[in-house]
Ligand binder design. Structure first.
Ligand SMILES: [Zn+2]
Ligand SMILES: [Zn+2]
Length: 579
């Protein structure tokens, strides 16, 4: 997907289209007042005060028509430069513009406005030359938005849109939106009965029985793979006392995102990260250089405050499970360990057919802790490790955390959208703060090198990504229901269907039997909607020949085989984790 905000041409085009939108709105609603209309990653929006009028999606075609009219009329877009006083005078009836202008510095800013025909708007620019340059646009949605994002302020109307250079680009984008809508994990999560969100817990998702099957499979897979990679596992408490968060520094740097509670008059914080607990586990015993590396994994449930407006299904939540691990090692083990980790992450993403790219974020210019030599060495090691693992890495200079450089892994889903999932983060801060050490060959205390790392990132969010990536049509090994059995006629075929169900269940295959008194065609349609990988249709022929007939998801072909062969086929597909 093109990032409109960072594409120079599309940025100006979309920004100019925001003006075109405001122009059209002013024609239709003469009392409209305009706040800001920025370009965003996927288009633009404009925040508008329409008095008592609340817009709905149905108003958008009308506004679009007016925009088309203005576009066709080919009005030149002219820049006007004003002094602060002139600007204040020009927009004196508009409290929003007054707010913006009065915060501008008179001395070093020339205030500019842009005029197109009878519409003028305060703006820095730059702009397209004429209104006719914006031809291929679409208004996408409208929502309420508080002025300056503050719930105590007035609610404005926010209209979203997007503009492209060609009709083809616009159509492709609209098709993409259509496809993304079909795959929306909130919609599919409901249809496939995977998870729910209750008004009693905004940002706190509930996993339903089918979602739990998916989740348990993922977590079991995680444990198995980490065991193979030599990890040990811990579970650290959800709540720990304020004093711990003071030692870790979270109390000073992360307090506004933490939930707190009290126990026996003492303040406790619900963990926003697993790290401090992990440090205590490391400190619980003495370590020798021979014990390293120690790979300590934790599927750790964390809570972080998010504004209610930012919450979004499983993507933006207030509680999630990090597939965390802390790795403690000697400096001479670092390169090998990171190469191994990249290989591990590569294996996991490949299984889900998620291509990915790696970014290396290096030392910030001024605010950093630790020795610059250690930084340089670590950055070099991270970069070398990528190379030796056969992976390219893009460097983001100065983008590292103050406590160490990191590698970020961005996966690309089947719709071409990027998601940051994995990260390998070197930390020079916590080992210091918690005074971690090991005993070297000479009996001396030495600080270990410590990494934080995740692969899924958040289990919940990763499930959301998988739902959209697979459009709910999970590979067999992940499918909550693997086989759906439909008797052609309950009266004659239910008994045989039950027998087949038992046989499959004995082989640990997840199976459902649809014995409702509904028409066969209805049940088959529903099995398609539920995206069941295999649908068995059992009638006279199957019962009499002791066979089964199945339809594979996405196919209209019915295939007949013996139950034994069918089980063998499924088992092979499940073991291979085929996609
Ligand atoms: Zn502008
Ligand atoms: Zn950590």
């Amino acid at each position: 997907m093109k990032d409109i905000k960072n594409d120079e041409k599309l940025n100006v085009l979309n920004h100019s289209c925001a003006h075109l939108l405001a122009h059209a709105v002013k024609h239709i609603y003469p009392n409209a007042k305009f706040w800001v209309g920025p370009v965003i990653d996927n288009g633009f929006y404009y925040d508008i005060d329409l008095g008592d009028i609340t817009l709905t999606e149905e108003d958008l075609p009308n506004i679009e028509r007016e925009m088309k009219k203005i576009s066709k009329s080919d009005k030149l877009i002219k820049r006007i430069e004003l002094s602060k006083n002139e600007a204040l005078d020009m927009f004196k009836d508009d409290e929003y513009k007054i707010d913006l202008i009065s915060r501008m510095d008179e001395n070093d800013t020339i205030i500019s406005a842009y005029r197109q025909d009878d519409f003028i708007d305060l703006c820095r620019g730059p702009h397209m030359h004429s209104t006719k340059d914006m031809k291929y646009f679409k208004l996408l949605k409208v929502s309420g938005a508080y002025w300056k994002g503050d719930a105590n302020n007035k609610m404005l109307q926010r209209i979203y849109g997007v503009c492209f250079e060609t009709e083809d680009d616009l159509n492709k984008y609209l098709e993409f939106l259509e496809e993304a809508k079909k795959r929306d994990h909130k919609k599919l999560g409901k249809e496939l009965e995977l998870f729910m969100i209750s008004e009693y817990g905004p940002g706190f998702p509930f996993f339903l029985p089918k979602g739990m099957i998916l989740r348990n499979i993922l977590e079991n897979y995680w444990y198995e793979e980490h065991t193979k990679e030599g990890y040990q596992f811990v579970k650290t408490p959800i709540m720990l006392s304020k004093e711990l968060w003071e030692v870790s520094g979270h109390w000073y740097n992360y307090r506004e995102n933490m939930y707190t509670s009290e126990i026996d008059d003492k303040v406790f914080a619900i963990k926003p990260m697993n790290c401090p607990g992990g440090m205590l586990v490391y400190k619980n015993s003495l370590h020798s250089y021979k014990d390293l590396p120690i790979r300590m994994g934790e599927l750790g449930l964390v809570h972080r405050h998010e504004a209610s407006g930012a919450l979004n299904g499983l993507f933006r939540v207030r509680t999630f499970t990090q597939d965390d691990a802390h790795i403690f090692m000697r400096e001479d083990q670092m390169e090998e360990e990171i190469i191994r980790l990249i290989g591990f992450i590569d294996r996991v993403y490949s299984l889900f057919k998620l291509p990915y790219s790696i970014e290396l974020s290096t030392r910030p210019e001024d605010k950093y802790i630790g020795d610059i030599e250690v930084w340089n060495r670590s950055e070099k090691i991270l970069e070398e490790a990528c190379k030796k693992a056969g992976k390219e890495c893009k460097i983001n200079p100065g983008d590292g955390a103050f406590y160490g450089p990191k590698l970020d892994f961005h996966v690309t889903d089947s719709l071409g959208r990027e998601w940051q999932c994995g990260t390998i983060q070197l930390d020079m801060n916590l080992p210091e703060r918690f005074d971690l050490n090991y005993i070297d060959q000479n009996g001396k205390k030495v600080r270990p090198i410590m990494l934080h790392r995740v692969i899924f990132g958040s289990v919940e969010r990763f499930i959301g990504i998988l739902i959209e990536h697979f459009a709910g049509a999970f590979p067999l090994w992940l499918s909550p229901v693997q086989v759906n059995i439909i008797p052609v006629n309950n009266e004659y075929h239910l008994e045989y269907s039950k027998k087949i169900k038992e046989l499959l269940e004995k082989e640990n295959i997840r199976v459902e039997l649809d014995d409702r008194e509904e028409k066969l065609s209805y049940k088959m349609r529903e099995s398609v909607v539920k995206k069941n990988p295999y649908t068995l249709i059992l009638g006279d022929k199957e019962r009499d020949s002791k066979t089964i007939s199945y339809r594979l998801r996405g196919s209209n072909e019915t295939i007949n085989m013996s139950i034994k062969d069918f089980i063998k086929k499924l088992e092979k597909e499940i073991t291979n984790k085929g996609i």
